[in-house]
Design a protein around this ligand. Structure first.
Ligand code: ADP
Ligand code: ASP
Ligand code: MG
Length: 411
């Protein structure tokens, strides 16, 4: 008999009907004799609705009050799911993050878990009860409610699985596993049987929101067996694994991730002298703006153009900061573009194959797509392109790297 932590996302608990379907599923696992801890998200759309309410009052409301507000979404779902379980004769108890005591740091709206008290959950499990825990939330040392960042229920699921040493953490969602790319964008996307933690981490951080990045990090660190499955249909889903079977030939590319949330800024005509990069990026970091890709090149006239990308929400703020920097450095111009997207190919197989990047560039050239920036690491290549070509690029790359589902019939 196993202990499973099962996390159900927003769509999976989006209506009373769906909550009842989740209760049926959990009941099935109980009847097979397994112990189950369920983690739930807010009903779909609820977190956005709550944020919109706050924004009617203020554009940047106090983060502590924001956490008190948005954590209510998950509190509704734990109660409703526990009722649905009890209505089916399955003993269950609901707990908020604070009631479990999921202790976090004090960083409101993106808190990190520091410790999880397992005694109350253990006592319930010993009594044959299903434990239903609110995802996405915790509590700091002083009892303030905190939340873990958007998509944070995945992290709650993995963290509980690690703390309870569960046999598997199962992430139930509205697709039946991790695909070669977002199946809502590429029709021929293929479900992966397995993906390594390392690849999943890259996919998540490069824009595939099927799992929150921190959940993958956590699972990798504590070696939590992690599986993504559909809450609507039965199937094996996708197992996130430690790279074990070295002898097996790996595909060069496992998946394609993309992100529309970026914007790029360039300071043109910067004098080519030591310390310039730090004088440009120092004020950006002081303004709490995270920088992603960076490119710098020297022109014949001994000046450089310095380009970097930021989250699209930070675009206006970054531009203001750079206008000031431009004056101080005697640079020529600040230009920007917030209609860009980043497309990345990811795969551990890249380590042992040459020519992967050039194959990517060929595929984009064949679609007449201009590459604006490039960045690489051992297991990924990312490019920035105009946002309007994003879908064309992803589809083209998906075919070029032979990822298309061979069962998909195309014209
Ligand atoms: P939940 O509410 O269950 O947490 P999310 O919306 O956060 O669900 O994540 C599931 C969604 O992730 C899917 O509906 C899909 O559109 C998207 N997605 C993006 N990239 C991928 C991928 N590579 N594989 C599967 N799903 C992906
Ligand atoms: N409800 C939260 C969100 O929408 C957390 C989650 O669903 O994982 O981001
Ligand atoms: Mg999610």
């Amino acid at each position: 008999m196993a202990l499973y932590v099962q996390k159900f996302g927003g769509t999976s608990v989006g209506s009373i009907e769906r909550i009842e379907a989740v209760a049926e599923k959990v009941k099935g696992f109980r009847e097979q004799g397994h112990d189950v801890v369920v983690v739930v998200s807010a009903m779909s759309g609820e977190t956005n609705r709550l944020i919109a309410l706050a924004n009617e009052i203020q554009s940047r409301p106090d983060p502590r009050e924001m956490d008190t507000l948005v954590s209510t979404g998950e509190q509704v779902t734990i109660a409703l799911l526990s009722m649905a379980l009890k209505a089916r004769g399955v003993d269950a108890s609901s707990y908020t993050g604070a009631q479990v005591r999921i202790l976090t740091d004090r960083v409101h709206t993106k808190a990190r878990i520091q410790d999880i008290e397992t005694s109350r959950m253990r006592a319930d499990l010993d009594q044959g009860r299903v434990v239903v825990v609110a995802g996405f939330q915790g509590v700091d040392e002083d009892g303030n409610i905190t939340t873990l960042g958007r998509g944070g229920s995945d992290t709650t699921g993995v963290a509980l699985a690690a703390a309870l040493k569960a046999d598997e953490c199962q992430i139930y969602t509205d697709v039946d596993g991790v695909y070669t790319t977002d199946p809502r964008v590429v029709e021929g996307a293929r479900r992966l049987e397995k993906i390594t933690f390392e690849e999943m981490l890259e996919m998540a951080s490069l824009g595939s929101k099927v799992l929150q990045i921190r959940a993958v990090e956590f699972a990798g660190k504590y070696k939590v067996p992690l599986r993504v499955l559909s809450s609507f249909e039965d199937g094996p889903g996708t197992l996130i694994t430690i790279e074990d079977d070295a002898a097996v030939e790996k595909p060069v590319i496992s998946g394609i991730a993309f992100n529309r949330d970026e914007a790029k800024l360039t300071v043109q005509g910067v004098p080519d002298i030591p310390g310039v990069a730090s004088r440009i990026l120092g004020p950006i970091s002081q303004a709490n703006i995270e920088v992603d890709m960076i490119v710098q090149n020297i022109a014949a006239d001994k000046t450089t153009d310095f380009t970097f990308t930021v989250h699209r929400n930070d675009y206006d703020k970054a531009e203001q900061v750079l206008q000031q920097v431009k004056q101080e450095l005697g640079a020529r111009e600040v230009v920007g573009n917030n209609k860009i997207a980043k497309v990345s190919i990811v795969g551990v197989g890249m380590r042992s194959h040459a020519g992967v990047a050039s194959k990517m560039f060929d595929a984009l050239a064949a679609e007449n797509i201009n590459i604006q920036m490039i960045s690489t690491s051992e297991i990924k290549v990312s490019v920035v392109i105009a946002e309007k070509y994003l879908e064309l690029a992803v589809r083209g790359l998906h075919s070029a790297f032979d990822l298309d589902d061979s069962d998909t019939v195309r014209e």
